[in-house]
Design a protein around this ligand. Structure first.
Ligand code: AMP
Length: 259
């Protein structure tokens, strides 16, 4: 079983990942944990990531992609894994696709935990209060100001992955605001259900016309046509240098549009 858990900070990814690890006998691969270990050990990667993480920003794609590529080759990941906190950008997702294809592996599902922004702030505040009360060491990025940056990074850079994986037909969305046991049941049902149907360009377009706004459609305060997005994903997902160059250009353009 190979899964991705997608959701903003405080969505409960860690809790659900631990349960899925036990259920399927797979390993949890958290890029946040790996990076924190690298920071703690003072490795070159850790030194590069330390300040970026403390600010709540994203570590460069090449760094995390290299860490994951190395980690999924380890013997304990052969039976399967659950990626927690990776991918976090479209280029990371494309790199993961290439990595898995090269290894003859495929994803069994991408679970999105949908959580309201207000709830996230409350959850993190509770987590911080509990850690303080029990004398646990706090993460340097567990404070309200950095949390805002982390949630913003999710909205800007990670939320477009919801559309990416929907387009690939592997997305399973679950209400992450329900009690833990209910979220767990919803995930189990989603994983037991037949694979989600690949989104068609026609559907994506009519959705945009209907004015249903997703985080991914809003770029720099403007709506981007859904069909253009699926075109971008198609180019990004296509192997070969031309496609990679095309996707890089498109991503650069959309980044500069965001300012
Ligand atoms: P997390 O434990 O998943 O909340 O991650 C903590 C921090 O590690 C993030 O705020 C980022 O600075 C960094 N990080 C973790 N995973 C990634 C990733 N896939 N891409 C970029 N940065 C990451």
């Amino acid at each position: 079983m190979r899964l991705i858990l997608l959701g903003p900070p405080g969505a409960g990814k860690g809790t659900q990942a631990q349960r899925l690890v036990k259920k399927y006998g797979i390993v949890q691969l958290s890029t946040g944990d790996m990076l924190r270990a690298a920071v703690g050990a003072g490795t070159r990667i850790g030194q590069r990531a330390k300040d970026i993480m403390a600010r709540g920003e994203l570590v460069p794609d090449d760094v995390v992609v290299a860490i994951v590529a190395d980690r999924i080759d380890q013997p304990d990941a052969k039976k399967g894994f659950i990626l927690d906190g990776f991918p976090r950008t479209v280029p990371q997702a494309v790199a993961l696709d290439r990595m898995l294809t090269a290894k003859g592996m495929k994803l069994d599902g991408v679970i999105e935990l949908k959580v309201d922004a207000n709830i996230l702030h409350k959850r993190i505040a509770n987590r911080v209060a509990q850690a303080k009360a029990s004398g646990e060491a706090l993460r340097p990025d567990d404070n309200p100001e950095v949390l805002r940056t982390r949630i913003e990074a999710y909205r800007e850079q990670t939320a477009p992955l919801v559309d990416y994986y929907r387009w690939k037909g592997v997305l399973k969305s679950v209400n992450g605001m329900a009690p833990i046991a209910e979220v767990a049941n919803a995930i189990d049902s989603a994983l037991d259900a037949a694979p989600a149907k690949k989104a068609t360009r026609k559907k994506a377009t009519s959705k945009a016309v209907a004015g249903k706004r997703t985080a991914a459609t809003k770029v720099g305060g403007r709506k981007k046509p859904a069909a253009a997005r699926s075109g971008r994903f198609a180019a990004a997902a296509k192997p070969g240098r031309k496609a990679a160059a095309r996707s890089k250009t498109t991503l650069r353009k959309s980044k500069s549009r965001r300012g």
